[in-house]
Design a protein around this ligand. Structure first.
Ligand code: PLP
Length: 378
C-alpha cells in the first residue's frame, strides 16, 4: 500500500534530524530562560538565536519579533489589540481569511466594539483592490481601521500582493495585518519594502514543531499583551517560554532558507506535473484558484471533481489507498457543504473539491502513484 502524505498545508513533518536536535537540546538545556544563573542564560541565548533568525529573514528588528503558541494566538493578539489598544472601529478582512481571523473579528463585532467589512475576491481568490479601496473610502476619516488580509490562502493557495495592499492601507491610514502562515519560510518575506504593521506565522507549517508561532509587530505599534503574568517576551506574552519549540522554529527556518531555491524548483515541478496529469487523466476536473505562478503558492493544488458517489468519498478512498489529503468542505449539521473559501470563489456546490498539498519531501514517483490511484477510483 502506498503511504503518501499530501496534506502539507495542514501541517508538515519535522525536517530530518530536527527531532533529535530538539531532544538533545531539551535534555541539555533545562534552565528557565528568566533565571539569571548560567542555566537560565543558556536557555535565553537559544531563544534569542531563534529570534535573530526570524528578524533577519523578515528584515525586522529583534524587538519586533515575538514568539507565541500558534498563529491562531498571534492573529487573536493582533485583532484584540487593534480594538482594545488602538481604538480600531473597523476590521476589514477578505472573504477567504482563516477562521482564526474571521471568528475573532466576528466575536469582537458581537460585543459591539467594531464594525466588520468583508472584501470580495475574484473567482481565482485574488482580493479585489477596487473593493478594498471602496471600503476604506467609506470609513469616516476620524475612525481607525485594521485591514487583515492573508498572504497565501491555505485551501486554494492563492497569493495576494502584500505590496499593493500595504500601499493602499498607507494611503487610507489603515493598520495592516497579514497572516503569512502559508508563505513564511517558503518564499522571501522582506518587510522593509512593505507597509505592514503585524504579521503571523507558525513553525509547524515549515517543517518545525507544533505549538509555536510568530508575531511580528512593527516597532511603531507596540501593543498590550493578550496573556498577562511574568515579563517574558519583553512583557508581551507571559508564561515560561516553549524553549524546545522556539529552538525548533529557528532551526527549521534556517534549514528552509538554506534550501529555499532547490525547494522552490522541486515544488514548481511537482505542481506542474500534478496539474497537467490530473486534468489529463480525470474527466471533467479543474483547478480551483489561480494557477499562475505569481498568484499562487506552489505547494497547494485544489482540484474540483465532478460530483459522483466516487468523488464524495474521495478523501476517504484516497486514505484507504494510502494517500493523505484534505477535503475543502466543512461538515455542518451532518451536511457536507463547501468551505467559506470555496463559496467566496463561487465554487459550484455540486462538485467535490480536494486539496493536495506538497512538501519538498514529496517525490514525482509519489505523484505518479497518486494519479494512478485516482485513475483507479474514477
Ligand atoms: N492561518 C492559516 C492560513 C493557516 O493555514 C493556519 C493553520 O491551518 C492557521 C492560521 C493557524 O495556525 P496554527 O495551527 O499555528 O494555529
Amino acid at each position: 500500500m502506498a503511504s503518501i502524505y499530501l496534506d502539507n498545508a495542514a501541517t508538515t513533518p519535522l525536517y530530518p534530524g530536527l527531532a533529535n536536535d530538539m531532544c538533545e537540546m531539551m535534555s541539555r538545556h533545562y534552565g528557565n530562560p528568566s533565571s539569571i544563573h548560567a542555566y537560565g542564560r543558556q536557555s535565553k541565548t537559544i531563544i534569542e538565536a531563534s529570534r535573530k533568525q526570524v528578524a533577519q529573514y523578515l528584515g525586522a528588528a529583534l524587538s519586533e519579533v515575538f514568539f507565541t503558541s500558534s498563529a491562531t494566538e498571534s492573529n487573536n493578539t493582533v485583532l484584540y489589540n487593534a480594538v482594545l489598544h488602538f481604538q480600531v472601529k473597523h476590521i476589514i478582512y477578505s472573504a477567504i481569511e482563516h477562521p482564526c481571523v474571521i471568528n475573532t473579528a466576528k466575536y469582537l463585532a458581537s460585543r459591539g466594539w467594531v464594525t466588520l467589512h468583508q472584501v470580495q475576491v475574484n473567482e481565482q481568490g485574488i482580493v479585489s483592490m477596487h473593493n478594498l479601496i471602496e471600503t476604506l473610502v467609506r470609513i469616516p476619516s476620524n475612525e481607525k481601521s485594521l485591514v487583515s488580509i492573508m498572504h497565501a490562502n491555505n485551501e486554494i493557495g492563492t497569493l495576494q500582493d502584500l505590496k499593493q495592499i500595504g500601499d493602499i492601507c498607507k494611503t487610507y491610514d489603515a493598520l495592516f495585518h497579514s497572516d503569512c502562515v502559508q508563505t513564511f519560510g517558503k518564499i522571501p518575506l522582506y518587510l522593509q519594502s512593505l507597509h505592514i504593521h503585524f504579521l503571523s506565522a507558525s513553525a509547524h507549517k515549515f517543517h518545525g514543531p507544533k505549538g509555536v508561532g510568530i508575531l511580528y509587530i512593527n516597532k511603531n505599534n507596540q501593543i498590550n499583551p493578550l496573556i498577562y503574568g511574568g515579563s517574558q517576551e519583553r512583557n508581551m506574552r507571559a508564561g515560561t517560554e516553549n524553549l524546545m519549540g522556539i529552538f525548533g522554529l529557528g532551526k527549521a527556518l534556517e534549514w528552509n532558507l538554506l534550501h529555499q531555491r532547490e525547494h522552490q524548483l522541486h515544488l514548481n515541478m511537482l505542481k506542474e506535473y500534478f496539474i497537467q496529469n490530473v486534468i489529463a487523466h480525470i474527466n471533467g476536473c479543474y483547478i480551483n484558484g489561480s494557477t499562475h505562478p505569481q498568484e499562487s503558492m506552489n505547494h497547494i493544488v485544489n482540484v474540483s471533481f465532478p460530483a459522483s458517489p466516487k468523488s464524495e468519498l474521495l478523501v476517504f478512498n484516497l486514505d484507504i489507498a494510502g494517500v493523505a489529503v484534505s477535503s475543502a468542505s466543512a461538515c455542518s449539521a451532518g451536511i457536507e457543504k463547501d468551505s467559506h473559501v470555496l463559496e467566496a470563489i463561487h465554487h459550484s456546490p455540486d462538485r467535490n473539491a480536494v486539496r493536495f498539498s506538497f512538501s519538498p519531501f514529496n517525490t514525482l514517483d509519489e505523484l505518479k502513484k497518486t494519479i494512478s490511484i485516482l485513475n483507479k477510483i474514477f
